[in-house]
Design a protein around this ligand. Structure first.
Ligand code: AMP
Length: 281
């Protein structure tokens, strides 16, 4: 496994891989790797000759009052994990390498961002799209792997790839969960012991909503209210949002049918967690 920290070196390596006709699977991350990231790496490994993992905590996608400085980081540990998973390259650029000066061009996402995290984190997906456009240009992957835990991100990246004609395939990967259902997240380490226990209610509320839908409930407000009261009764934090839309368009539903997403964001004292279920009704 090689660790590459400069764009020019990464570009050289990618050119060598292209010359040899090797397919590249790319897994973009912000590090502090866990089994969610590892499942993306394993899928990439199965489907490609070479796997490139990037670790970059992208300042552009954090709002002024968000946790950029507090975001957990541990490169030594991450590189051990990546090595064990037989990742071929880690691309680990510094902020100065990615943004040597104030960017002269940034992207603005037009669709699929006026709801869910897009409305409570203005500019977040513009930052995601901008950094991914840069990373896709540098790494030129055949396939890029994204977790469905961040389902809105998957929807936005789908638009980015189509609109800007990136010649790569987007591969969504199912959410990896703890035994009690909590979606694995780098931010889970910031939960107190009590919050960690409470946090299982988030996924439970999603599966309860699915059950309600499967047994015939079609009133979106009823389903959301039920989730809200379940979460409120069983946890100490605050609901940021609970919403239901079509997926991947993320449009309001007149009738609850087709491919839909039930998504939530929840604030504990020191961490904001998100989760969702995508299902076909
Ligand atoms: P992050 O480092 O949080 O930006 O995540 C990097 C990638 O890993 C994103 O595509 C995430 O959606 C994905 N990911 C994060 N957590 C999970 C999880 N629990 N299961 C599957 N994929 C995940």
């Amino acid at each position: 496994m090689r660790v590459i920290t400069t764009i020019s070196q990464m570009q050289k390596e990618v050119q060598l891989l292209k010359n040899e006709n090797l397919s590249v699977g790319y897994v973009p991350t912000m590090g502090y790797l866990h089994e969610g990231h590892i499942s993306l790496v394993r899928k990439a490994k199965e489907e490609n000759d070479i796997v490139i993992l990037s670790i970059f905590v992208n300042p552009l996608q954090f709002g002024p009052n968000e946790d950029l400085d507090a975001y957990p980081r541990d490169f030594e540990r991450d590189s051990e994990i990546a090595k064990n998973e037989k990742v071929d390259f880690i691309f680990y650029p510094s902020v100065d390498e990615m943004y040597p000066s104030k960017p002269s061009v940034t992207l603005v996402v037009q669709k699929r961002v006026d709801v869910l995290c897009g409305s409570s984190r203005p500019g977040h997906f513009d930052g995601v799209a901008t950094v991914l456009a840069k990373l896709f240009h540098v790494i030129q992957p055949n396939r890029a792997y994204f977790g469905m835990k961040d389902a809105q991100q998957v929807a936005v990246v789908d638009g980015l790839i189509n609109d800007l004609h990136f010649p790569l395939e987007l591969i969504p990967v199912e959410t990896v969960r703890e035994e009690d259902g909590l979606a694995k997240s780098s931010r889970n380490v910031r939960l107190t012991a009590k919050e960690r226990e409470e946090a299982s209610i988030l996924y439970k509320s999603l599966t309860e909503a699915e059950k309600q839908i499967r047994s015939g409930e079609r009133n979106i407000q009823v389903i959301i209210s039920h989730m809200q009261s379940l979460i409120k009764q069983n946890s100490s934090g605050t609901v940021d949002y609970i919403e239901i839309y079509s997926y991947p368009e993320l449009e309001k539903l007149e009738v609850l049918e087709g491919k839909i997403i039930i998504a939530l964001a929840f604030k504990f004292s020191n961490a904001r967690l998100i989760d969702n279920l995508v299902l076909t009704v």
